[in-house]
Design a protein around this ligand. Structure first.
Ligand code: ASP
Ligand code: MG
Length: 450
């Protein structure tokens, strides 16, 4: 396969006709590429609400929402297209999709229908964009993600299927006859039963990196509305800065533990194929953003960033039987595994083990089973603070800076040494803002002053 780049533009990057224009300017050049688009910003949320009305049996409520969204798109295309011919095509497209969404009001709503409704957002945005390029006289090829993106029974990407089928799609459009400018939908896929499904909210990033891995892309670019991954959460802390470089592992930890800019699974496919990922800002295309690659080399700043993940529940199991026993942890973990509940953090002492989970769906059942081992304490409203960096290179006691910065914050759990690039701390969510600010001051502002 030829040298391809994969560029993903998120909802805000395609959120208005002006943004369509900005994206067009960024992608129309000679480099062969696959462009992955999200739904126009706000659309997926809106579709979630429409599906919720249907699920409640409130067809009229759903129709009301559909009409409003439909109207927004009417305005959108009027502003977007200049020629009457393209406007007519755009109208027909919108009409077809909204009629389809309305058609669910005439039958019994099933669980999987929601996925089909959600998929319309990306199907609409990509088709509108394809027409937009066409109107500008730019030839492009619209690839249907539903022909090649697939997840298996465990909702994991079916990499072999994706590789084979995207290769087939691309082969149908050889460079001799077609422009190597491919547009496709993020987020949407088929599941093991061939039904329309998705890669979970924010999944367009994941699409981009799966496609990048499947075609062995030279680079994966994730274009959003912020200039890269910041060293702290800009919603809570002032003077955060973009991190210039992160290793795959550092970026994965940050994405998982709260840095909202990237879907948590999206680093893995890129890492497996060693494909660099760049986080870039559509509104400020010259900004360097964040480069994510095999190994980051910024020894002067081993601690890269801080992120926080809310909605965590901590569970402590105390048992006399743990003392000098083997197999105890395995039995504890087994309970969580049976309820398909992932554990994020673990700390142990000789008589107790604490773990954290971020989904409480099966909490009662889990606690009931754990009670057979000893006493169980549950703490809700916890937050994981994750400090990411190269702690192997950490020779000057940077870890102690973390604890120093947090000296006024009660810490419930600490996890250090599990990987070379992460220290995780568990605190009460009420203290999150203070903790993030204190860490910012202690870890990053000192370096600025130095
Ligand atoms: N449109 C989907 C969402 O809003 C996927 C994405 O934008 O990444 O979650
Ligand atoms: Mg996103």
């Amino acid at each position: 396969m030829k040298e391809l780049q994969v560029l993903k533009f998120g909802g805000t990057s395609v959120g208005s006709p002006e943004r369509f224009n900005m994206v067009a300017k960024l992608i129309v050049n000679d480099a062969p590429k696959i462009v992955v688009l999200s739904a126009v910003s706000g659309t997926t949320n809106w579709l979630v609400e429409i599906a919720a009305e249907y699920a409640k049996g409130n067809t009229n409520g759903a129709y009301l929402l559909i009409d409003k969204l439909n109207e927004q798109y009417e305005h959108f295309i009027k502003e977007l297209y200049h020629s009457e011919a393209t406007l007519i095509k755009g109208r027909e497209l919108i009409h077809a999709h909204f009629e389809f969404i309305r058609s669910f009001g005439k039958k019994i709503f099933k669980v999987f229908d929601e996925k089909v409704i959600l998929a319309q957002g990306e199907l609409i945005s990509t088709a509108l964009f394809h027409y937009y390029l066409e109107e500008k006289g730019v030839r492009s090829v619209l690839l249907q993600a539903l022909n090649f993106m697939k997840i298996d029974e465990d909702s994991e990407p079916d990499m072999q299927f994706i590789e084979e089928n995207i290769a087939k799609e691309l082969a149908a459009y050889p460079a001799s006859d077609y422009p190597q400018l491919f547009i496709t939908q993020g987020y949407i896929c088929r599941n093991a039963f061939g039904e329309i499904d998705n890669l979970k909210r924010g999944g367009s990033d994941y699409t981009a990196s799966l496609i990048g891995a499947a075609v062995n892309a030279t680079e994966i670019q994730i274009w959003t509305d912020i200039d890269g991954m910041h060293n702290n959460d800009p919603r809570f802390v002032e003077n955060t800065r973009p991190v210039a470089e992160l290793s795959f592992d550092e970026a994965a930890e940050l994405a998982y533990f709260g840095a909202k800019i990237l879907h948590p699974s999206s680093i893995r496919p890129a890492k497996l194929k060693n494909i660099p990922v760049r986080l870039l800002n559509t509104m400020e295309p010259e900004a360097k953003g964040t480069f994510i690659g095999p190994k980051s080399a910024q020894p002067s700043q081993p601690i890269k960033a801080v992120a926080a993940k809310d909605g965590i529940t901590a569970i402590k199991i105390k048992s006399g039987r743990m003392l000098l026993a083997y197999g105890f942890l395995r039995n504890v973990f087994d309970v969580f595994a049976r309820y398909k509940t992932p554990i994020d953090m673990v700390t142990t002492s000789e008589v107790a083990v604490s773990v954290t989970i971020d989904t409480t769906e099966h909490l009662n059942a889990i606690v009931n089973e754990l009670l057979t081992f000893g006493t169980v304490e549950v703490d809700h409203d916890q937050t994981i603070i994750c400090i990411v960096g190269d702690f192997l290179a950490e020779k000057q006691g940077y870890a102690s800076r973390v604890f120093d910065a947090l000296k006024n914050i009660p810490v419930r759990m600490i996890s250090y040494g599990g990987s070379d690039n992460n220290i995780s701390l568990l605190i009460h969510s009420e203290k999150k803002k203070d903790a993030l600010k204190a860490l910012h001051k202690g870890l990053f502002q000192l370096t600025i002053d130095n």
